[in-house]
Design a protein. Structure first.
Length: 263
């Protein structure tokens, strides 16, 4: 089985490149299941029900989020009906709304997809990712209780060290650990024993941008400390993703491959 994970989709240009490329990539890599991080899909911050539905209609099977999960409050009206949406399990905001993990049956294997936030350089996270996931794996014993074959974690975090520590701490217990949030793809994809890992998958969003945001506006905000609106950059997008190969018989992760397509 091959799982495609698509990094943070940022705004209109990010959505467009996913709509345009997904079919081709699914065929090329023989993809069985698609997960995408959609925390920036609605104008750079948050997601709406309409965009959630559009992403599913174009071939995404599961959508994870991050610190911007609830930047568009509209999503909260429907969140209990959005079966393919996974919110960060340890984000303090709206902590009782939505689900921090969801299960999917694919090719006879039951996959648990978990979204968790790092708490280094991040706001609104009072339970560490280690504590949150330890509870799921070792107290709730979700793998045994819910008969999971594969556990897939999107750790949405700023600090590379925190993500690498997370992957090493949970190696062999979690099949796949992918980092998101920085919007810049790292070249460190590897197997850590039986766990596929990458520090950050990178983004799908405007190539000429500051991690998806308008360049001039980012300079105004960072260099001159001027108050700005949040303007998403426009133009041709970069596409960033990884493909994880899982052996259907042994249920072991075999390989992780990076995809980066620049305009
Ligand atoms: Fe993001
Ligand atoms: Fe983020």
């Amino acid at each position: 089985m091959n799982i495609l994970f698509i990094g943070d989709i940022v705004g209109q240009s990010g959505r467009s490149i996913v709509f345009n490329l997904l079919d081709r990539i699914k065929k090329e890599y023989n993809i069985d299941f698609v997960i995408a991080n959609g925390e920036n899909s609605a104008h750079g911050k948050g997601i709406t029900t309409k965009i959630y539905n559009q992403l599913l209609a174009c071939g995404v099977n599961c959508i994870t989020l991050g610190n911007h999960a609830f930047s568009k409050l509209e999503i909260l009206n429907n969140i209990d009906n959005l079966d393919c949406l996974v919110r960060p399990i340890n984000l303090d905001r709206e902590k009782d709304r939505g689900k921090g993990y969801r299960y999917f049956d694919v090719n006879g294997l039951r996959i648990g997809v978990i979204n968790v936030m790092g708490n280094v350089f991040m706001y609104g996270v009072s339970v560490s990712p280690f504590e949150a996931i330890r509870k799921l794996l070792y107290e709730d014993k979700i793998k045994q209780r819910d008969k999971l074959d594969i556990i897939f974690v999107d750790i949405h975090a700023e600090a590379t060290s925190e993500k690498i520590i997370f992957a090493n701490y949970f190696k062999n217990q979690i099949n796949v650990v992918v980092g998101t949030h920085t919007h810049i793809q790292t070249a460190d994809e590897r197997m850590i024993e039986n766990t596929a890992y990458i520090s950050d998958v990178g983004m799908c969003g405007a190539y000429n941008s500051i991690i998806g945001r308008d360049i001039d506006e980012s300079i105004e905000a960072f260099v001159y400390k001027n108050k700005t609106h949040y303007t998403v950059a426009e133009g041709d997008a970069i596409f960033s993703a990884v493909v994880i190969e899982i052996d259907d018989l042994t249920k072991k992760t075999k390989n992780i491959k990076r995809i980066q397509i620049r305009p």
